[in-house]
Design a protein around this ligand. Structure first.
Ligand SMILES: [Zn+2]
Length: 225
């Protein structure tokens, strides 16, 4: 594994996203560089971290952040839980990334075939068995997205058995970004002042591609333009 020079400090939101997007394209194409993962890099950053972005995503084992964006040690400040559900712990960690580590970008990462989304859908079925309480507490914030999609499809006869989980997942991703802005004045102010951008992205397990679907702040996505 070859050492790659550290990326320049203090990227703009655009530079941070361009770098992650380029890394994801390398991963999709099967040509990752595995940058900044060697002993030299480990020593270089042992004293302090200056991550270039924060990532809040689902815990799914197939969503390994540094691998799918072809990043290295010290590049990403990562928070993950099942179904990427907002909590005080998540918001506090993201505020730390923004206020103390000065990251210019938060990527909120959802994915297709998400087990947490599936569980939230199944929980709305008639005769759905109760979930263990803490698992229920984790996935219940996804249920409003399920109910909205079910309501929208009611006339077409959409049921918990037939609803498209990817539509629910995209709706939940929108909810998650909205809740983050609502929960954190620190973060919403940083976005308003142009110091921070937030990208909501959907990852496709088969293709390995992370596609931006929600973009807030001073950043654009070349794939979407
Ligand atoms: Zn998931």
């Amino acid at each position: 594994m070859t050492s790659t020079a550290a990326a320049p400090a203090s990227p703009t939101p655009q530079e941070a996203w361009d770098e992650m997007r380029a890394g994801n394209i390398r991963f999709v194409e099967g040509a990752p560089r595995h940058p900044r993962q060697d002993v030299e890099r480990r020593h270089e950053i042992a004293g302090s971290q200056t991550p270039r972005a924060a990532l809040f995503g689902c815990s799914d084992s197939r969503l390994a952040a540094e691998i799918i964006f072809d990043e290295g040690l010290g590049d990403l400040f990562v928070i993950r839980n099942a179904g990427q559900v907002i909590s005080d712990s998540v918001v506090g960690s993201l505020e730390y990334a923004v206020a103390v580590l000065n990251v210019p970008l938060i990527v909120v990462l959802a994915h297709d075939a998400c087990g947490a989304v599936r569980a939230a859908i199944d929980s709305t079925g008639i005769d759905a068995p109760p979930l263990p309480p803490l698992i229920w507490r984790q996935i219940s914030p996804i249920v409003p997205a399920v109910r909205r999609v079910l309501r929208a499809g009611a006339d077409a006869g959409v049921t918990p058995e037939t609803v498209d989980p990817e539509v629910v997942g995209r709706e939940h991703l929108r909810d998650t970004v909205g809740q983050l802005l609502h929960a954190s004045e620190l973060i919403s102010t940083a976005v308003a002042e142009g110091r921070l951008a937030i990208i909501g992205a959907n990852y496709r397990l088969g293709e390995g591609a992370a596609e931006a679907s929600i973009i807030l702040g001073d950043v654009h996505d070349d794939a979407a333009s």
